[in-house]
Design a protein around this ligand. Structure first.
Ligand SMILES: C[S@@+](CC[C@H](N)C(=O)[O-])C[C@H]1O[C@@H](n2cnc3c(N)ncnc32)[C@H](O)[C@@H]1O
Length: 313
């Protein structure tokens, strides 16, 4: 074990990795970080380029603290998101690149991908190697949903739209991951008007649009101070402006019988399902809970007729 000189007195043993992890955990807990031990370990893993098993073995062996560790811990105590410090966000089977300017994908959004993939798998004409489902992701952010669907459904062609130039730049990196197979067409634009070339021809539309109601500003500094405003707030007291715009675009894009899945705030599940049930464009409206048991997604199937433009006000 190395030693550190300390003034004129006898040399003190340098803090080893195990002790540093314990001290970092205490500092992160003091700063209110919700999972302090896991974050301390993930920062060390990031610097050492290893996984948890190896890290714990190194800690037991009294390995030295990696250079830069305390700088990252200090940033994390200021509640900079862990994913911004490592530059990585795991999402389903992918490790996405993220940082300032893009919404960090959340575990609950993985459910939306499951809903889309399960629906595709249940369609005789789309499932398996013969099918070639056309999928659209509205408000793609880092590209998490679009890239995952392309990676997990190798016959899908996926189209994704994002309004923010910064987020679009992150998504460009993620849709270029080898697992995605070059099957995501990414455009910079508005979800309200995107992909007119696909009107009536899409099998699945997914969206996790900005939906936070005006009075529900997130309390955690990681979201409040680091997620882009454009990603969180929809406009309108109830936060429904962009979710309703996503529904209108889905009605335009989907073929009759096509599937729509959208994430929303837990308080919006009832109102959104009621609107879809009252809308003659939709049938088979369903509500879905997230990993915490909260109503987090609504699905619906596009009715064959009438078409949106025939409905009038
Ligand atoms: C809640 S984030 C979700 C990002 C990503 N789909 C995910 O689940 O991690 C919403 C995204 O929609 C984008 N957005 C906001 N308004 C938009 C619009 N009018 N057209 C397209 N994208 C929009 C935001 O920039 C943001 O990236």
């Amino acid at each position: 074990m190395s030693v550190r000189a300390s003034g004129a007195g006898p040399a003190e043993p340098a803090e080893d990795l195990g002790a540093a992890l314990r001290r970092a955990t205490a500092q992160l807990a003091e700063a209110g970080v919700p999972s302090p031990r896991a974050d301390a370990e993930l920062l060390a893993e990031h610097l050492l380029g290893c996984g948890l098993g190896r890290l714990r073995a190194l800690a037991v062996m009294g390995a030295p603290v990696p250079a830069g560790f305390w700088d990252l811990v200090s940033e994390r105590t200021r509640r900079v998101p862990l994913q911004h410090l490592t530059g990585k966000a795991p999402f389903r089977h992918l490790v996405l690149s993220v940082g300032p300017g893009v919404f960090v994908p959340r575990p609950e959004t993985e459910t939306l991908v499951t809903l889309a993939l399960e629906w595709i798998a249940a369609q005789p004409g789309l499932a398996g190697t013969a099918g070639s489902p056309v999928v659209v992701d509205l408000g793609t952010g880092s590209g998490a949903i679009a890239a995952s669907i392309a990676a997990e459904c190798p016959t899908a062609s996926v189209h994704a739209v994002e309004l923010s130039e910064l987020a679009h730049a992150w998504a460009e990196r993620n849709v270029a991951l080898p697992e995605v197979g070059g099957r995501v067409r990414l455009v910079l634009g508005d979800l309200r008007t995107a992909f007119p070339d696909l009107d009536g021809a899409v099998d699945v539309v997914v969206s996790n649009p900005p939906y936070i109601p005006a009075g529900m500003v997130p309390r955690e500094p990681e979201a409040a101070e680091h997620d882009p405003e454009l990603a969180l707030y929809s406009g309108g007291e109830d936060g429904l402006e962009l979710p309703l715009a996503a529904i209108a675009s889905a009605a335009r894009l989907l073929r009759p019988g096509g599937f729509f899945a959208m994430e929303h705030a837990e308080v919006q599940g009832g109102p959104l399902a009621a609107r879809l049930r009252a809308d003659p464009n939709w049938t088979d409206v369903g509500s879905h809970r997230d990993l915490n048991g909260l109503p987090r997604a609504t699905t619906a199937v596009r009715k064959g007729s009438p078409r949106v433009e025939e409905l009038g006000p």
